[in-house]
Design a protein around this ligand. Structure first.
Ligand code: C5P
Length: 238
């Protein structure tokens, strides 16, 4: 990757806003971008996003929208409308399985709503194949097909494992955003993730954003765990 340096995003996969706040405070000055996913959003809704925006953090809203085009377009407009002090979310996920019409409707809705509200349009990235899936033997082909769909629909990029990142980078060029979860620093447990990778490998394969949850969230010292990952990222970025 040469357009910018790869960045760390910590997934706030916790049950309450209080737990999220505790983590954000522990990581203050170390991590700037946080992912709000279905667990935290279902527990406390847009307040989690607004809290992060008030703290000056960047927010990746990972709700993996997948529904009929009209409903997903409405969800995107609502997501763009979660703002605080004129700032909104920086990135949002939707599922490439929703097909072209759904992805196009979502992209259009996000553009329109950003224009109306005057906030910066969030990057829209499509989920290709979950990194916890390992059974399919045609994963690279599926990922490329879904990435092509995302590109055709006018999305900014995809979420994909590092194992497919290099293929995507080669096929779709340097401006296509690649977000990689399933990051495991050396020595940490994979959990339910099957297609895991180290931060250094993800960067070598072309990922722009590395999403890390449990290795930081469940660490006895989250700040130390994040610093270690950032060190690996820094070294790989050079
Ligand atoms: O704890 P762990 O580091 O495995 O967390 C990875 C995060 O990335 C989780 O919040 C999960 O929802 C998310 N994610 C993923 N695979 C995708 C997209 C998002 O694991 N394809």
């Amino acid at each position: 990757m040469d357009k910018q340096k790869a960045q760390l995003i910590v997934a706030l996969d916790v049950a309450t806003l209080d737990e999220a706040k505790k983590l954000v405070r522990a990581l203050d000055g170390i991590v700037d971008t946080f992912k709000v996913g279905s667990q935290l959003f279902t527990a406390c809704g847009p307040e989690a996003v607004r809290y992060l925006l008030r703290e000056g953090k960047e927010v990746f809203l990972d709700l993996k929208f997948h529904d009929i085009p009209n409903t997903v377009a409405g969800a995107l407009a609502a997501a763009v409308n979660i703002t605080e002090g004129g700032r909104g979310i920086m990135m949002c996920t939707l599922h490439a399985l929703g097909d072209l019409e759904m992805l196009e409707a979502a992209a259009q809705a996000a553009r329109k709503e950003a224009r109306i509200t005057g906030v910066k349009r969030p990057l829209l990235v499509a989920i290709t194949v979950l990194t916890s899936e390992a059974r399919k033997d045609n994963i690279p082909r599926l990922v490329l097909e879904r990435a092509a769909l995302a590109k055709q629909a006018g999305l900014d990029g995809v979420v994909a494992s590092s194992q497919e990142a290099a293929l995507i980078r080669r096929e779709f060029g340097k401006d296509f955003v690649i977000v990689t979860p399933g990051i495991r620093p050396k020595g940490s447990a994979a959990g339910d993730q099957k297609r895991v990778t180290t931060p250094a490998d993800a960067i070598a394969h072309g990922s722009d954003f590395l999403v890390v949850g449990r290795p930081v969230v469940n660490a006895p010292d989250p700040a130390a765990a994040a610093k270690q990952i950032l060190k690996e990222i820094e070294e790989a970025n050079q």
